[in-house]
Design a protein around this ligand. Structure first.
Ligand SMILES: *Cc1c(COP(=O)(O)O)cnc(C)c1O
Length: 364
């Protein structure tokens, strides 16, 4: 029996800004050649998989994980070549770290600033945490519009700035000097999101000690551990000590800690896979660019953004032919007729190219 005179409903109780959101959409992918989510397409060598099996078999999953993740952090520190004095905070994916950062600074009226188009979770998490979101448009070729960004920083005084380096979904690496100007001009924290570091030629990790307001975030998702859910934030102890208070106590489980520690001891294996992916990216880029009617954008990540007429129909054509990529048409206006494809194995990419060519021909 309902006790109150008016029954509680989602629309009466849930915050209006949450009701206005669309949940992050993950389409079913069973049976598809999956090139939609920037995953590493390669399996691990059999010997390493056998080692992981033994580790998992012996894991104490009846116990809570090491809350400080001592071992895992030591491996991260070593593969990342973290400057001295810097520490790391671990997240259940780097998405969780974006949320921790936003929760920490979300005073009433506080602003989260990023550029557009970029990673959609920045804007979504601003809404989750009641922050005001400001998105500064990139230029036509997806470079930073430095003057517009500096003007917005002066006007809005953001508590938090996110720059994806390289950017998703555009794939380009912003000009490092422009990023430095933004860090210097920012009254709040600047987080350089290096989700694609393994595929790019530059990083801000070496600059951490030069800027008091700089933090660098990375994830292992794009390097072959998407299923583990593990990201980290690197920065000075003074910042991380505060942010640690918002991290839920056991956010990285026993199995992710064990498996990631083992894989980071074999970081060379993962980096060799990343090197193959970069080589294949170059090849895919040139094949894509040769297709009439396709404009492909240069990438320093493990995906390529491209523009093609009737993008949504092409996307559907690919799906009918068993290839799943990401349709960005209908989202941000700067991405009209844009599709994004993850670099797969040479075989997967050949199937993608054949399906793309067929779909284009069919619509011609
Ligand atoms: C994929 C991605 C992330 C999130 O990765 P997690 O899987 O949550 O670690 C963060 N930032 C950018 C720019 C990404 O593309």
């Amino acid at each position: 029996m309902s006790s109150a005179s008016t029954a509680v409903t989602p629309s009466s109780l849930i915050r209006p800004e949450i009701q206005a959101l669309h949940a992050y959409h993950v389409p079913p992918s069973t049976g598809f050649i999956k090139l939609d989510a920037m995953e590493n397409p390669y399996l691990l060598p059999q010997t390493l998989r056998d080692e992981l099996a033994r580790l998992v078999a012996d894991a104490a999953i009846n116990r809570y994980p090491d809350a400080g993740a001592y071992d895992l952090k030591a491996h991260i520190r070593s593969v990342t070549k973290l400057p001295s004095g810097m520490d790391v905070l671990l997240g259940n994916g780097s998405d969780e770290i974006i949320q921790v950062l936003a929760m920490a600074v979300a005073k009433p009226g506080a602003v989260l600033l990023s550029v557009e188009p970029s990673f959609v979770m920045y804007k979504m998490i601003a809404a989750f945490t009641g922050m005001r979101y400001v998105g500064v448009p990139l230029t036509q070729d997806f470079s930073l519009d430095l003057q517009a960004t500096l003007d917005a920083i002066k006007r809005e005084r953001p508590a938090l700035v996110f720059l994806a380096y390289p950017n998703n979904p555009t794939g380009n690496l912003f000009d490092a000097e422009a990023v430095k100007r933004i860090i210097e001009a920012s009254p709040g924290l600047v987080v350089v999101d290096e989700a694609y570091y393994a595929f790019a030629r530059d990083s801000f990790i070496p600059h951490l000690a030069h800027y008091d307001n700089l933090l660098v975030m990375r994830t292992f998702s794009k390097l072959g551990m998407a299923g583990l859910r593990l990201g980290f934030l690197a920065g000075s102890k003074a910042w991380l000590e505060q942010l640690e208070k918002l991290r839920l106590p056991y956010n990285v489980g026993v199995l992710p800690q064990l498996v990631a520690s083992k894989l980071l001891q074999h970081h060379d294996v993962l980096l060799a896979q990343a090197a193959s992916i970069k080589q294949e990216r170059t090849r895919l880029m040139s094949v894509l660019s040769d297709i009439r009617g396709v404009k492909a954008y240069p990438s320093e990540a493990n995906f390529i953004l491209f523009r093609v007429a009737k993008a949504t129909q092409i996307f559907e054509g690919l799906k009918q032919r068993g290839v799943l990529i990401k349709n960005l048409n209908g989202g941000h206006p700067a991405l009209a007729d844009c599709l994004r494809v993850t670099v797969g194995t040479p075989d997967e990419d050949a199937k993608f190219i054949a399906a793309l060519q067929d779909s284009i021909n069919q619509l011609a």
